[in-house]
Design a binder for this molecule. Structure first.
Ligand code: ZN
Ligand code: ZN
Ligand code: FE
Length: 739
């Protein structure tokens, strides 16, 4: 990986072993040539494996014997763009402890908020091209001062060849804009930030990969104002806390969660909330998204702030990409935020904060961006020239290089035109960075996805390329298989909201027997008729009425006043009329809509304020230690008639909705077990692969993994690649590599 201090590390190590030769950064990796005894070389390699810098990922070391050569010394050769093959671009790395200390002790870096070294600092967000050198980053505008230069050129210095090296005298600077005043001194800026935050003001702050909006996470009014600015009524906000000890004040933390929260990637972790933050931060959800400071500036502000927790949410208007340019930030936030903090180094590549959670002690990425992109996934296949366009929602795309799958950062929902532009720009960037030329283009079968349309356009531009359309849920399953290196027949279980099926219906509760060359749809959730196009996923009550109408007919609504308190009777009647007349209806087997229906029946969410709100809120209220469940039937498909009968009975008996939610979730776990057993009996296959957005449900995934393992299945679920549509591109890519 470029830009993580690997070459100087090799240099110093070579010197320790008294080796002569050279090290060179190439597009396809690092090449080291030494003249040495076999034993010394072996020890040298052992040390490389043991001591390599934190963020460098040594995947493999190949050793070759060449003709005899002598060298006068050990050298770091200047990087050359000498190959079409490509090495990795480092993701951005959270500021390291040594740099934080330098900010207190080095004269030229006292409180300098752009302090970095070879072990930390910005990378991907500032890179314009490869190989990774200062001229090819947005640091090129800043000429190093003599002090920085002497550090940069001193092999024993921690800043040797640290491309973004900078100090108070030569590097970029922050500016705070408040009430027509510009504050330029860091101490003044920090003071004003502390004052404004305490006053409940909202500040737009330029981060590493884009702007954030910030306010005190204890100030209810401030948080509500922030919701107004972002036009975001209900979705939870992420919170940055002062340090790991503070995190424990706000959330329950396991040892593994502590480790991941403090990792150099510094993701937002979804943690069990202790409900100490202002209510509108999470609106009562059981989980809170917590992260630790990762830029020097974050550390500096927490030194001055009275509060130890701030909301730090992406600086964008709902559904648009996070803002990166200073001009755009002023245009958008000047009237909306109380102050704007900016700096004069450009963000070249937009990245959002990554989001993750731990399930069964393993990190599960829900949004893969800062700290992770563009690190590749190593596959067992030749992926060269494959472009996987991804899905429509929470899109990431993927390009193949060598045997790598290089994921884009989180792009977003393509329907928004700004986001689709971001998608197109990012493709251009990846194409250039990784010297990419498409040979196989893979897209979702859905003809209306903008990613699929983009793929078709690309195919027209490269007529010699091959265009492949892949079924959505099959891509989900293969994505998970690729993560675990599976290349055999497995049981694939994909649960999500929507994906176009082979029969033209909307799928989403799917049981496959598949390998990498194809799949058989073994079974699925029973088809239910819904009406209203896009409104179906936004208005969970529609799914509820659909299920009730399907299982109990129109009489159910005549006899019971079930929806009277929730949704107006005539709205329900109109909807039933649509279903009866087949007006704008379609069939779904979607797990997402099933969860929606139950959430609506329990009157938790009738109209969604954001994607998957209904299932998330349903999960959030689950009562602990409930083992009961509802019935269901398995024939050619899975029928939930008994499930709904049970739920309705429980509602009539005034059973607490938390208990009903737990029983419903347990039912789904039982469905998975039952189907796995049926499929195993038929095929002898004991490996179960789980994917799809529904498996971002912590309760469901934990219970499913545990129960299946208990019953002797080998269970595979997604970890480094999201199980939602953000991970689908990996599956597409691998399917493309196997045709
Ligand atoms: Zn550092
Ligand atoms: Zn300097
Ligand atoms: Fe999906």
């Amino acid at each position: 990986m470029q830009g993580v201090g690997f070459r100087p590390f090799i240099y110093v190590l070579a010197e320790k072993f008294n080796l002569k030769g050279w090290v060179e950064n190439r597009n396809d990796g690092v090449l080291i040539k030494i003249n040495s005894e076999k034993k010394t070389a072996e020890n040298f390699i052992k040390e490389i494996k043991k001591q390599a810098p934190l963020a460098s990922s040594v995947k493999e070391i190949k050793i070759e014997k060449t003709g005899y050569e002598t060298f006068p010394d050990f050298k770091i050769k200047k990087s050359e763009s000498n190959s079409d093959a490509v090495t990795e671009v480092s993701p951005d790395i959270a500021v390291c402890d040594a740099c934080l200390e330098d900010m207190k002790s080095q004269k030229h870096r006292i409180n300098y908020p752009f302090t970095n070294c070879t072990n930390c600092g910005p990378r991907f967000t500032i890179i314009k091209d490869l190989p990774y050198d200062r001229e090819k980053t947005t640091m090129s505008e800043f000429a190093m001062c003599d002090t920085c230069k002497s550090e940069y050129t001193d092999i024993y210095n921690r800043r040797f060849h640290a491309q973004p090296v900078a100090c108070n005298n030569c590097g970029p600077h922050y500016t705070l804009y408040y009430k027509c005043n510009f504050y330029k001194k860091i101490d003044d800026i920090l003071e004003v930030v502390a004052y404004l935050t305490e006053e409940g003001k909202i500040i737009a702050v330029k981060g590493l990969g884009g702007y954030h909006l910030m306010c005190d996470a204890h100030n209810e009014e401030a948080v509500l104002n922030l919701r107004k600015i972002k036009n975001r009524e209900s979705k939870a906000f992420a919170v940055m806390v002062k340090n790991i000890e503070t995190a424990g004040k706000y959330a329950e933390l396991s040892a593994e969660e502590k480790t991941e929260l403090s990792s150099w990637q510094r993701p937002i972790l979804l943690l069990k909330s202790k409900k100490q933050l202002a209510h509108p931060v999470t609106n009562g959800l059981s989980n809170a998204g917590i992260m630790l400071p990762y830029m020097p500036f974050h550390h500096l502000i927490f030194e001055k702030l009275k509060t130890d927790a701030v909301v730090l949410t992406s600086g964008n208007l709902t559904d648009e990409p996070i803002i990166t340019s200073n001009e755009e930030a002023f245009k958008t936030f000047e009237d909306k935020a109380d102050a704007i903090i900016t700096y004069n180094r450009k963000i070249h590549n937009r990245t959002d904060d990554s989001v993750a959670m731990l399930v069964n002690k393993k990190l599960r990425l829900l949004r893969r961006s800062r700290g992770f992109a563009p690190s590749p996934v190593i596959t067992d296949f030749n992926t060269e020239g494959i472009f996987a366009a991804g899905s429509e929602f929470v899109n990431c795309f993927c390009i193949g290089k060598g045997n790598q799958a290089i994921f884009s950062q989180h792009i977003g929902d393509l329907k928004n035109s700004e986001t689709f532009n971001f998608y197109k720009e990012s493709y251009e960037l990846y194409k250039r960075l990784f010297r990419f030329k498409p040979k196989i283009i893979v897209a979702d079968m859905h003809p209306d996805y903008l990613s699929s349309k983009f793929a078709e356009d690309l195919h027209r531009k490269f007529p010699e390329s091959r265009l492949v359309k892949v079924q959505h849920h099959y891509a989900h399953i293969v994505s998970c298989m690729a993560e675990h290196g599976l290349n055999e027949k497995i049981i694939g279980i994909a649960f999500d909201g929507v994906g176009l099926g082979d029969d033209g219906n909307i799928w989403g509760g799917e049981f496959f027997i598949n390998d990498l060359s194809g799949y058989e749809r073994f079974s699925h959730f029973e088809y239910i008729k819904v009406a209203g196009g896009d409104k179906v996923s936004k208005e969970p009550w529609r799914s509820a009425v659909s299920y009730l109408f399907h299982y109990f007919g129109e009489e159910f609504f005549e006899k019971s006043d079930f929806f009277r308190s929730k949704i107006e009777t005539n709205q329900v009647q109109n909807y039933i009329r649509l279903l009866k007349n087949n007006f704008n209806t379609y069939k779904i087997s979607s797990a997402g809509r099933l969860f929606d229906a139950v959430s609506s029946l329990l009157d938790i969410v009738q109209i969604s304020g954001y994607h998957a709100e209904a299932p998330m809120c349903l999960e959030s209220i689950i009562a602990e230690n409930i083992t009961d469940s509802y019935g269901f039937d398995v024939s050619d498909f899975i029928s939930f008639k008994k499930t709904f009968t049970g739920i309705i009975q429980d509602i009539k008996n005034d059973i607490n909705i938390s208990v009903i939610s737990a029983k419903f979730h347990n039912t789904i776990v039982n469905v998975i077990l039952k189907m796995s057993e049926v499929m195993k009996e038929k095929t002898g296959i004991g490996k179960v692969v789980l994917s799809g957005g529904t498996f971002q449900n912590k309760y469901l995934l934990t219970k499913t993994e545990n129960l299946l393992s208990e019953k002797g299945f080998k269970v595979f679920s997604q970890e480094k690649i999201p199980s939602n549509d953000g991970g689908i591109a990996l599956g597409q890519l691998i399917i493309g590599a196997n045709i």
